[in-house]
Every structure is written in structure tokens, then in C-alpha cells.
Design a protein around this ligand. Structure first.
Ligand SMILES: [Zn+2]
Length: 252
């Protein structure tokens, strides 16, 4: 099971100029801590993606992969201390263009994160909806993001989390051509150790009870999440991403 977080917050706001949509994905630090402590208590072992893809079938221990999207500064300031206290490692997908912007991690913080045993991977260059680009445009964008991260951090970048979770066959083909071993999407459900990886995105409104049901692989909960995801995908297709985001701002 691959989990996706975004930023964390002490007071409910992602950062001082955060939009309602950003806050929608920003968990309170105390809720994140409760989630992580639950994993520890239940002996659910967090893996990095290399370990997950190399995992042998037949292991009886439940595992998760903890991922963070976008490269928020709170990932370094708030999430890292919790992960370190519990002895957990996580994967941080960073958008290259946002590195060093207010509210986002800079190169020095990414280096420290990496030295702490965390994995830094690609969330693309500009946070485009890649499905709107040609395959060559996607290829060049993803290749330059991957190489930029590798050059600056001196470690291999093998995974992509598609910005906004937007994927199609062109995105997958271009990402693999650009040297990624696997691509994470935002389709809820259990991930199989193959090149396309489903992830369950956790929003602030997810209760502790719902979180527990997800990590315990409650089939009903995972089914509800996939139905909701299919509904959102259909709605985005019908009214367009911008109008969907405007609607979300209005209601959340
Ligand atoms: Zn993102």
C-alpha cells in the first residue's frame, strides 16, 4: 500500500498564502503523528520504493510506502522529526521548479533529508498536467527534472509521481524513456510491484479510523476510495481541471 501526503501544518494552514485547495491536502501535524504511531504500534513496516519493488511475495508482515508530494518545507521541518523518532523512511517527490520557493524545501534541506536516509524522487519540472503535452515534450520535461535532481543531490532518481496525478499512456511511455523505473499515480488501491503504482492520497478530512481501515487493507474502504476517485476523474474530464479546482476552493 502506497500512501501519499502533501504538507503538514501546526495551525491548519499549509503556509501563509496557501489556497483552500492546498489546505485541503495539508494534514495537521498531530494527525500525521497519530497515523505514524499507529503504523509503529501495528508493526506495519514502511519501505522505500526500491525495497517495495524488490520485495518477495509471501511476506506475512504488512508494509506501506510513505510518500510526500510537492516538496513542502513542512516535510523537512515537521515530518522528518516524526519519521526519525519512529525509525521510518519515506519518499519525497519534489517539483524541481518549486525548490527554494517560499513554503518549499531548498537544496540544502533536500540534501539533509537525503542524508537522513529519505529518498528524494521526481514530481516533474513545472507541475504541469502532463497529459496536455506531446510525448516528446513530456520526455524532455521529465528527463531534465530527473537529471537536475541527480546532479544536485548526487543520488539516483528512479521514480516519478505524476503532477496532479494526471496520467495517460503518453505520460507512462515518456517517463520510462526518460529513465524512470516506475511511475506513481493517484489512483487509490493496493499497488502491485510493477512499473505503474497506485497510491492512496490522504487529505486532511481523512479520519484516524478511515486511515486505520486503509492501512489494514479494508476492501470496502478501498473500494469507496476508488469509486470517489473515478467520480472526480470523470468530473475533471467534464468540466476541466481549472473549474474543478475552483469548485473545490468554494466547497472546502
Ligand atoms: Zn503535486
Amino acid at each position: 500500500l502506497i500512501l501519499t501526503h502533501h504538507g503538514l501544518s501546526l495551525n491548519g494552514e499549509a503556509h501563509s498564502s496557501a489556497t483552500a485547495a492546498e489546505n485541503f491536502y495539508t494534514l495537521l501535524l498531530k494527525d500525521f503523528e497519530t497515523q505514524m504511531e499507529y503504523l509503529k504500534r501495528e508493526n506495519i513496516r514502511p519501505l522505500l520504493l526500491d525495497e517495495f519493488l524488490g520485495e518477495r511475495c509471501g511476506s506475512t508482515q504488512k508494509t506501506v510506502v510513505i510518500t510526500f508530494d510537492d516538496g513542502h518545507e513542512s516535510d523537512f521541518a515537521l515530518a522528518l522529526p516524526v519519521l526519525q523518532r519512529l525509525g521510518f523512511a519515506a519518499v519525497f517527490f519534489v517539483c524541481v521548479e518549486w525548490i527554494g520557493r517560499p513554503g518549499y524545501m531548498d537544496w540544502e534541506q533536500l540534501e539533509k533529508l537525503s542524508q537522513a536516509g529519505m529518498s528524494i524522487q521526481s514530481h516533474g519540472l513545472l507541475h504541469h498536467d502532463l497529459t496536455q503535452l506531446t510525448e516528446d515534450e513530456i520526455y524532455h520535461e521529465l528527463l531534465s527534472a530527473r537529471l537536475c535532481l541527480e546532479r544536485n543531490l548526487g543520488r539516483p532518481v528512479r521514480y516519478l509521481a505524476a503532477p496532479g496525478g494526471f496520467v495517460n499512456d503518453r505520460v507512462y511511455r515518456a517517463a520510462f524513456r526518460a529513465g524512470h523505473v516506475a511511475v506513481c499515480n493517484s489512483r487509490p488501491g493496493l499497488a502491485r510491484p510493477v512499473r505503474v503504482l497506485n497510491r492512496v492520497v490522504l487529505q486532511r478530512c481523512v479520519s484516524q479510523r478511515q486511515f486505520q481501515r486503509v492501512v489494514q487493507r479494508d476492501r470496502k474502504r478501498l473500494f469507496i476510495l476508488s469509486v470517489m476517485n473515478a467520480g472526480v476523474t470523470t468530473l475533471k474530464g467534464m468540466i476541466g481541471v481549472q473549474r474543478y479546482e475552483a469548485l473545490k476552493q468554494r466547497f472546502f
